[in-house]
Write a new protein. Structure first.
Length: 371
């Protein structure tokens, strides 16, 4: 339905803003941009983990980030369902491929979520129950509520659960202390006003905006737009979280690498029927050369501390920053996961690399320290 007030200036938000406050109008676009980034990143994470949770044999993996509805699905929980929580739930329902029965929400007022409940989402108020059930738990509460919630759920969190915080003003080190848990993801964003800051807009559905290729590409950490940029270490932490998920499923490090390569390094044929090769990940892209050499055939990767990965460089984060070829390819994978691959144009891709992806193996980064 079109906005009937679009051409009526007196009905616009800006009309009632006093001149002395107009300098703050850009904060509306910034706020919406942060929400779009948060939802798009959450969709990518859940899509990746959902596919991994279904695969027992790496050899049987289909083209990247496509799920089999007949297999086990990822279980996602959301604590807090104000504006951010509601938009996150809708984005996951519409864009991640998750089924409504695989999403549960704990909130103080579940009776206000009739729309989500009508879609099949289970809404209730029991944070401990949700924490024990969910494989990925999103925190969308107020900062003032976080200490009590963490104290309440920390004993119920399985070691393998991933906690994803969208709570502002609470750093990841503090979250680790509050939860006594290291499997935590928390994106950090930097903002700088520039000429394309307006791309986020100020109104409209979040799920509609995330079907726009320009918006989706602007949320990519190494291809930022709209003045907002997530720290590239966030993406590295997501990949290490995927490796933790593989280890939880009793996959060896070689099986984990094969599965990750099939999901993130797969290159479909071009429209002309040509098929380009793409770099493949090797063990030393994620751990030090010394540790990688010590792994036996059937050994799994160690459990990675995601809070530490957010705070320091790792072999994979260094590789990502230093390899424009890998950045270009993973941008395509990232956009495909949200469903805008058909709209991605070459002139929108990073200009740092004009060479096609031709090497058969990504060179390892010689880093001695383990992540």
């Amino acid at each position: 339905m079109s906005d009937i007030t679009a051409n009526l200036p007196s009905f616009q938000f800006e009309h009632a803003v006093e001149v002395c406050h107009q300098q703050f109008l850009h904060l509306r676009e910034r706020s919406r941009g942060l929400l779009l980034n948060a939802c798009c990143h959450a969709v990518f994470l859940c899509k990746l983990l959902d596919v991994i949770s279904q695969k027992e044999e790496p050899e049987s993996v289909p083209p990247p980030l496509k799920v089999d509805s007949n297999r086990e699905r990822l279980k996602v929980g959301i604590i807090g369902c104000g504006h951010t929580g509601k938009q996150l739930a809708r984005a996951l329902l519409d864009l991640s491929g998750l089924l409504a029965q695989n999403i549960q929400i704990s909130t103080r007022r579940p009776e206000t979520l009739q729309e989500l409940q009508s879609l099949g989402v289970n809404c209730f108020y029991d944070n401990c129950r949700l924490a024990a059930w969910a494989e990925v738990l999103f925190l969308c509460c107020l900062p003032s509520q976080l200490p009590n919630i963490c104290s309440e759920i920390q004993a119920e969190l399985p070691e393998s659960s991933i906690v994803y915080s969208l709570v502002s003003a609470v750093p990841i080190a503090r979250l680790k202390t509050l939860l006594c848990h290291s499997n935590i993801l928390r994106p950090e964003y930097q903002y700088e006003a520039n000429d394309d800051s307006h791309i986020w807009g100020t109104s409209g559905k979040i799920t509609t905006a995330l079907r726009d290729a320009v918006i989706v590409q602007a949320t990519c950490p190494w291809h930022p737009g709209g003045g907002l940029a997530a720290n590239a270490r966030w993406f590295a932490a997501v990949v290490y979280a995927a490796l933790n998920k593989c280890s939880n499923q009793s996959l060896s490090h070689k099986q984990s690498l094969q599965l990750l390569n099939n999901l993130l390094c797969h290159v479909p044929p071009t429209s002309q029927g040509e098929k380009k090769s793409c770099p493949s990940f090797v063990c030393e892209n994620f751990v030090s050369q010394r540790f990688g050499a010590s792994l036996q055939e059937e050994d799994a990767f160690p459990r990675f501390d995601l809070t530490a990965i957010h705070q320091k460089d790792t072999p994979f984060s260094k590789l990502l920053v230093s390899s424009p070829v890998l950045q270009d390819h993973l941008l395509q994978v990232y956009c495909t996961s949200v469903g805008v691959s058909e709209q991605v144009k070459e002139n929108c891709l990073p200009s740092s690399s004009s060479e096609p992806c031709v090497s058969s193996q990504i060179p390892a980064v010689p880093v001695e320290a383990e992540p």
